[in-house]
Design a protein around this ligand. Structure first.
Ligand SMILES: [Zn+2]
Ligand SMILES: [Zn+2]
Length: 349
């Protein structure tokens, strides 16, 4: 009989229970972490609200959470990249390391990837809203002192944004629009700005999210429902934006992007849409020569994301606005579902 731990276990829609769970046991190549701070992600909220996330349907209760700061408590014998006591953040996606995609440096496309706190595999893989989590040694990224536990747990969503901007290409001096001012959209705006895009414009239907975008330094925050949107865009970007980052997961926002992108421009899809297919204006794509590209999780950008924060190129602090204990995990999720007031909600272990 192994040791036990406390965990927040998702049993179904809006049903999170604090339970005594089997503590994971160290295996070859792996590292056991004691979690310190864990953020709640949009995908965690999908599981919480619906019991599943897009095509990922868990076949049994499991532990959510993949945005974390943790302390190394034990390492397998052959592991020499992290030591006991070190403070780390984690790339939640464990690619196989051996397939064509992994060897080409595109491990985020690896079909054998296992993600903690996710039902992308069957059975689902337990995440970090628990006292302990088990990861492979190469998933750990050591945190410098400049990143406290809260900032460290923001590395994963920042990596999503960083990967998306890198997928777009060189944004320096270009006009950028981000549709959707949730955490990922706001982080994309921060990265685009740090990389020299000008102006960086954000759009969202929720007023408090537009204010947050302005507070974070967006050059303008637009209401996509306003009657004079086209005039506002013309004033900011002339013929349209060179880059549009679709981070809302709304089919309407994506459709609008084809009108707001300038000829020869690029649309990057980051948001997750509903399960059905989304119609696209193929003739516009053709006659404006629009590039439409996808961005899936992250490449190998975690250490770069950490440097951006440590060197103060990006300030993540204003995005964090809720902290709860593990015992209050259900309350934390309930608060996080309220998009009119919550941005990044974290759980303190
Ligand atoms: Zn996430
Ligand atoms: Zn692979």
């Amino acid at each position: 009989m192994g040791q036990s731990m406390k965990a927040a276990v998702l049993h179904g829609p809006r049903d999170i229970r604090i339970e005594t769970y089997l503590r994971p046991e160290l295996q070859p190549g792996m590292v056991l972490l004691r979690n310190r701070k864990v953020g709640i992600c949009g995908s965690d909220l999908h599981y919480y609200e619906h019991g599943y996330c897009a095509a990922f349907v868990p076949d049994r209760p499991f532990v959510l959470g993949h945005e974390l700061t943790a302390e190394v408590v034990s390492v397998a014998d052959e592991v020499d990249t992290v030591k006991i006591g070190e403070r780390v953040t984690v790339n939640p996606a464990r690619a196989c390391g051996f397939c064509d995609y992994c060897k080409a440096g595109r491990g985020n496309l690896c079909r054998r990837t296992i993600v903690i706190g996710s039902a992308s595999t069957t059975p689902p893989t337990n995440g970090a809203i628990a006292e302990f989590v088990l990861v492979r040694s190469d998933q750990c990224h050591i945190l410098p002192v400049e990143l406290d536990d809260s900032l460290g747990a923001m590395t994963e969503p920042l990596a999503v944004a960083l990967h998306a901007v890198k997928r777009a290409g060189v944004v320096s001096g270009k006009r950028a629009l981000v549709t959707g001012a949730g955490t990922i959209g706001l982080l994309v705006a921060l990265v685009a700005k740090a990389f020299g895009a000008i102006p960086v414009v954000v759009s969202d239907i929720v007023p408090v999210r537009r204010s947050k975008a302005s507070e974070l330094g967006a050059d303008a925050a637009l209401d996509p429902a306003s009657a004079d949107l086209a005039d506002q865009v013309r004033a900011l970007a002339g013929d349209g934006f060179d880059f549009i980052f679709e981070a809302s997961g709304s089919p309407r926002a994506l459709r609008g992007a084809f009108d707001l992108v300038r000829p020869g421009g690029t649309i990057v899809q980051i948001g997750t849409m509903g399960t059905g297919d989304t119609p696209l204006p193929a003739n516009l794509i053709m006659n404006k020569e629009i590039n439409l590209i996808g961005s899936m999780r992250y490449g190998n950008v975690f250490d770069e994301a950490i440097r951006l924060v440590a060197m103060r190129r990006i300030n993540l602090r204003p995005l964090i606005n809720g902290e709860f204990s593990l015992d209050d995990a259900a309350k934390a999720f309930e608060f996080a579902t309220d998009k009119t007031q919550s941005f990044k909600v974290q759980i303190q272990l």
